[in-house]
Design a protein around this ligand. Structure first.
Ligand code: CP
Length: 310
């Protein structure tokens, strides 16, 4: 397929293919960090219409490691602020001969919409509360590095703001496909019972949600999206659900702590744990480069069979 829009639409085999290629790129980069020539002469457009640090920079490094040229367009510096539509922006992109578009947008569905207009690959870098597929690919890649290639039967507890989280949705789809068992926990208003329909456990008792977990994945409390008084304040969240040393003692000694970032230190996660050797947060960030190299390469190769033989 030329686009990466969601994990929901991927097969287990496609996830395995991305991970195998990401592992290959990681091994090559460990011995020779110079650029590969695979995408020399190609242009990748990073269209970030919502703020990002990790995803934007990792996509840029990934593209450059593959030899491509990269152009960044951010909302504040684009004609979108003058009212130009996403469709017109996309057609400009095509006229300027970009070979791939990476899109982050606050509107769920915008990458799918662009993929239907453009002939070049479109890669979703996070769309509203819908999906963040490359985050789930790098998260599950990191879990496989830490827990072993098979995640069958492993218990992954996702704790926090599930309701507004595209990261949670993409990880639920990826982990289900990889055979892991997913438990969601957090305040009832942020962990709706309806998520059970996605094939996960919902356990609002934090102690039992953490017990036996192989991984606890914390999510940022997205206070900017929580406009209703139904949601806990940051202080309430910290006192009831924040992962501190006492609550971390409920975990198995070898359980790992993950967070996609950015972290609200002292809210969903104590600084002492974020910086501890149980935390793999920075490995997640680093693995983002290799997984995005794999995704860019596979999407571009699917769109241009010549790329493989060049
Ligand atoms: N995890 C993640 O998407 O972080 P950024 O918003 O910094 O890209």
């Amino acid at each position: 397929r030329k686009d990466l829009i969601s994990i929901e639409s991927l097969t287990r085999e496609e996830i395995d293919t991305v991970h195998a290629l990401a592992k290959h790129f990681k091994e090559i980069m460990a011995t020779n960090p110079a650029s590969l020539p695979s995408l020399r002469g190609r242009t990748i457009l990073n269209l970030f219409i919502e703020p990002s640090t990790r995803t934007r920079i990792a996509f840029e490094i990934a593209a450059k490691r593959l030899g491509a040229d990269v152009t960044l367009v951010e909302q504040a510096a684009s004609s979108l602020t003058k009212g130009e539509s996403l469709r017109d922006t996309a057609q400009v992109v095509e006229a300027l001969q970009a070979d791939t578009v990476v899109l982050r947008h606050s509107a769920a569905g915008s990458p799918l919409y662009l993929s239907k207009i453009l002939n070049v690959p479109v890669i979703n870098a996070g769309d509203g509360a819908h999906e963040h597929p490359t985050q789930a690919l790098l998260d599950t890649f990191t879990m496989r590095e830490k827990l072993g290639q098979s995640l069958e039967g492993k218990k992954i507890t996702i704790l926090g703001d599930i309701l507004f989280s595209r990261v949670a949705r993409s990880n639920i789809f990826a982990l289900n496909k990889l055979g892991a068992s997913v438990t969601l926990s957090g305040p009832a208003t942020l962990v709706p019972d309806g998520f059970r329909q996605l094939g996960v456990e919902v356990d609002l008792d934090l102690k039992s949600a953490l017990a036996d977990a192989d991984v606890v994945m914390l999510l940022r409390i997205q206070h900017e999206r929580q406009t209703s008084t139904h949601f806990p304040s940051l202080g309430e969240y910290k006192s009831l659900y924040g992962l501190n040393q006492e609550r971390a003692s409920w975990l198995k000694p070898d359980a790992i702590i993950m967070h996609p970032g950015p972290v609200n230190r002292g809210v969903e996660l104590d600084s002492s744990l974020a910086d501890s050797n149980r935390s793999v947060i920075l490995q997640q960030v680093a693995n983002g480069i290799f997984n995005r190299m794999a995704v860019i390469y596979l999407c571009m190769a699917a769109n241009n069979k010549n790329l493989i033989s060049e």
